[in-house]
Design a protein around this ligand. Structure first.
Ligand SMILES: [Zn+2]
Ligand SMILES: [Zn+2]
Length: 199
């Protein structure tokens, strides 16, 4: 899982963007992450191969942090001074903003296609009416355990109370009995909480 360098909450999704090459695309900002050499190779091809300068043009240190290796990336033109990318000096990954994709396509001689890379977020765990979520199940489970503990406590105190004093190890405790009853009542109440609200 690679996080988007721009949107902290988004993880990049492998999406075919330029033809058939699957690239890591952010579902939020549509930025694209290229692995070391991928973007350079594409551009070199389009420039007829040879001696394209792969150092960034007018590079300057920018705030973006490399999503692969956490190094600070530098911002500058790649091959063309207008194609502004963020490039990691450590692992060689390049980050392309969504608005740079059109320009990249022009440089590559590609026409048509979507103006933006569209990445679908991976299907999230269904929530709401489709089924109880983890939290609800957990609350129910804890409620059930508390209710059962309360029931056991009540039964035990009742057993102590009803048995002849010499047959049991200790006298029944009113305090424990009350706590057990409260546990049982609380557990049952929590189990039924929210009924009718679609739980
Ligand atoms: Zn993003
Ligand atoms: Zn890096």
């Amino acid at each position: 899982m690679i996080n988007c360098p721009k949107c902290a909450s988004e993880t990049l999704v492998e999406t075919p963007v330029l033809g058939k090459i699957p690239l890591d695309v952010c579902p939020g900002c549509s930025g694209i992450l290229f692995d070391k050499g991928e973007l350079e190779a594409l551009l070199k091809q389009s420039q007829g191969g040879g001696s394209a300068d792969l150092d960034l043009i007018n590079a300057r240190a920018e705030g973006l942090v490399c999503p692969r290796c956490r190094h600070k990336m530098s911002h500058g033109g790649l091959v063309n001074p207008l194609l502004l990318v963020d490039k990691c000096p450590s692992c060689g990954a390049s980050w392309l903003d969504a608005r740079e994709l059109e320009l990249l396509k022009k440089l590559l001689g590609l026409t048509g296609g979507a103006a933006e890379a569209k990445a679908e977020r991976p299907a999230a765990v269904p929530a709401g009416p489709q089924g109880p979520d983890v939290k609800t199940v957990l609350i129910k489970l804890v409620s059930a355990v508390v209710a059962i503990l309360g029931l056991i406590g009540v039964s035990y105190e009742l057993y102590l109370y009803l048995s002849p004093a010499e047959a049991v190890s200790r006298a029944p405790s009113a305090g424990l009995a009350i706590v057990s009853v409260l546990f049982f009542a609380g557990g049952v109440l929590a189990l039924n909480w929210g009924k009718g609200k679609g739980w």
